[in-house]
Design a protein around this ligand. Structure first.
Ligand code: HEC
Ligand code: HEC
Ligand code: HEC
Ligand code: HEC
Length: 109
């Protein structure tokens, strides 16, 4: 009986931890303003609904910013930031035939 109680407490603890982790979905909307071509407003929440597997974009399994690994230039192992973003965003839109592929549909001045 005591064992069962301990087990239940442990199970409850694990569940709570899981919910806490699952809730960090990041910002619902992300403004990206690095490009002179214009600001990109990325609807993160909507994409999370359309693309349920986080790893499709956060392909390393972590949630660091893309530019923490993808720098200003290709380094032989990792493509540069601009290509990482364009290949990811436009790549998916092209292959799904959904979502914008033209500059001004993403970059707004
Ligand atoms: C599907 C959306 C999308 C399309 C279409 C798109 N871009 Fe981008 N682009 C992005 C995103 C997102 C970034 C990252 C922006 C940031 O971090 O501020 C980016 C980054 C850039 C950057 C580099 C910013 C930097 O300093 O690293 C340039 C320049 C750029 N885009 C130009 C263009 C041009 C020109 C076109 C059309 C040929 C285009 N983009 C089409 C989404 C898009
Ligand atoms: C369609 C692509 C895409 C999907 C799917 C996606 N994300 Fe993101 N997420 C991004 C981009 C792009 C950023 C901005 C990264 C940056 O600023 O360099 C981001 C940012 C984040 C951040 C903030 C990171 C920071 O330090 O600013 C968190 C946390 C996050 N995402 C969690 C998630 C989780 C959890 C899921 C799955 C439920 C998910 N994302 C699904 C593209 C996506
Ligand atoms: C921890 C480091 C790291 C982070 C953070 C990271 N990348 Fe990458 N990325 C890599 C490495 C290493 C490669 C090359 C090897 C590979 O394909 O996994 C790569 C390759 C890519 C590629 C080309 C190959 C492919 O699989 O399509 C794209 C596109 C890409 N990353 C986009 C992104 C985007 C978008 C983000 C942010 C949401 C991001 N990366 C965050 C390290 C990282
Ligand atoms: C794995 C697939 C996938 C990736 C990666 C992806 N998108 Fe999308 N995106 C979609 C789909 C699907 C739609 C169409 C949603 C609809 O029509 O309901 C869309 C629509 C959009 C739209 C149209 C307006 C809106 O929010 O619905 C914008 C802008 C956009 N995406 C920007 C981006 C940017 C910027 C990135 C990269 C940071 C990105 N997307 C990465 C699948 C993706």
């Amino acid at each position: 009986m005591k064992r069962l109680l301990v087990l239940l407490i442990v199970a409850a603890f694990v569940c709570t931890a899981f919910v806490a982790v699952a809730q960090d979905k990041g910002p619902a909307s992300i403004k990206m303003d690095k490009a002179k071509t214009g600001v990109v407003t990325f609807d993160h929440a909507k994409h999370q609904a359309d693309v349920p597997d986080c790893k499709t974009c956060h392909h390393t399994g972590g949630f660091e910013k893309c530019d923490s690994c993808h720098g200003a230039k290709d380094d032989g192992k990792k493509i540069k930031y601009k290509s990482a973003m364009h290949n990811n965003c436009k790549g998916c839109h092209k292959s799904m035939k959904k979502g914008p592929t033209k500059c001004k549909e993403c970059h707004v001045k």
